[in-house]
Design a protein around this ligand. Sequence first.
Ligand code: NAD
Length: 333
Amino acid sequence: PVLKVALMGLGGYASRVADAMQACKKARITGLISGTPEKLTSWQQKYNVSAKNCYNYENFDAIKNNPEIDAVYILTPNALHHPQALRVAAVGKHVICEKPMALNARQGKEMVDACKKAGKQLLVGYRMHFEANTVDIIQKRINGNFGKILFFQGLSGFRIGNPSQWRLNKELAGGGAMMDIGIYSVNGARYMVGEDPVWVTAQETKTNSTLFKEGVDETIQFQLGFPGGAVASCLSTYNMNNLDRFFLNGEKGFTELYPASGYGPIKGRTHQGELNHPHVAHQTTQMDEMAAILLENKKPLVPVDGIEGWKDLVIIDAIYKAAATGKKEPIMY
Ligand code: NAD
């Protein structure tokens, strides 16, 4: 069987996903949801989608009765994920949702509960969880190659351009760099260390309050403490380039991934040598693996379910709180 996916929100990232899905073996684009009729027409032709499986934001609840759609992949701006996921769950389809899954942990939990109630699965677009070099490192850490884990460093950032984009609008983005790129260091800290952090301290810096308005973070440095004693030191920013690096240190060895989360190729090494798994478009692997999760009940090495997405939001809520209070804040799941 093949997973029949409708893409919702035909923007920049949806286009990347759609192109990568052309190489999928287990997943196929069978539907489209967009508020722009011209996009529906051009994407229908480009990706060979039948016109009867195309919807807009007013009428998409009708997918309820469409057997040619198993799952909806939500690729809209962050603030829309929560209401759209609730609607998709209510009409009885699986939800695949881009990161961040919502604007805060409360919304994330509501999405988890709604999908559970509907008997449908909720997956979050954590493509790195399926990338071969990343999976190799995680497996090596599980196998004990690095010994007891002591330290993680995550650097995530880029210089943002166009000031009028939704990423710089608090209402649509829910924040700034942290909600967009900083989340890679939050999630990366968890899969690299292999534990969920229990405390956080954070410091915010803003050099440009015209571009980065109230509630839109430019740069945040944060530190996480893990139950096993490891600590992490991370940077999230919209004001520097060439930041996409993970470093993990343990009692027996280390690993460095640089770049660690860009579209690829991912490069890295450990104390034992270079990593050289060949590059495959992350979204191709992601969608084939998500099809296996949804259709064959496959368990991924690191989860990509709603709880995984919700945990990142619990941490991000605590990071924002710690940056505001200047205090060490507990992280409570
Ligand atoms: P984008 O601006 O290129 O696309 C967003 C799309 O949503 C546009 O087509 C826009 O028309 C549509 N849209 C629908 N309703 C809208 C509304 N009310 N206001 C504004 N736009 C509306 O953005 P993008 O880069 O494709 O990001 C979309 C989502 O994907 C975000 O949540 C982002 O965090 C995520 N993303 C994930 C990755 C990844 O690697 N996993 C990469 C890029 C983006």
